[in-house]
Design a protein around this ligand. Structure first.
Ligand SMILES: [Zn+2]
Length: 128
């Protein structure tokens, strides 16, 4: 945080605004938690754990909607869609369902995702 959200005074390291006296400790701790969870999200995606990365980026955004975290969430959406297409092509239905669950977390209710689920149910059903 570089400026006080109350009076726009320039801030140094202090957690109390030198101009208006606002206590910024809670806001600063949210900012740090947002950074921490963004970093967890980056690391877990790199480590091949996209489900954890999805949960971590949502947690980061719940503390603060930073441009970096929003950008990474958009990247994760694209990343998860690519994974979904790959799982569908390889008929890995369980992985496809798990990926759709992650996309639901990132995007909320989404018509396209519901249609993907219906498609998977149809394709994965054993012929009678
Ligand atoms: Zn202030």
């Amino acid at each position: 945080m570089q400026r006080c959200p109350c009076c726009n005074a320039r801030l140094r390291a202090e957690s109390v605004c030198p101009r208006c006296g606002a206590d910024l400790s809670r806001a600063l701790s949210c900012e740090q938690l947002a950074k921490l969870w963004l970093s967890v999200s980056l690391q877990t995606l790199t480590a091949g754990q996209p489900d954890v990365a999805v949960a971590a980026i949502e947690r980061s955004l719940s503390f603060k909607q930073t441009p970096a975290a929003r950008l990474f969430r958009d990247f994760l959406v694209q990343h998860q869609y690519r994974a979904l297409y790959e799982y569908l092509a390889q008929k890995q239905w369980q992985d496809a369902r798990r990926t759709i669950a992650g996309l639901h977390v990132l995007q909320g209710d989404d018509e396209a995702l519901s249609r993907f689920l219906a498609l998977i149910e149809h394709l994965s059903a054993k012929p009678a």
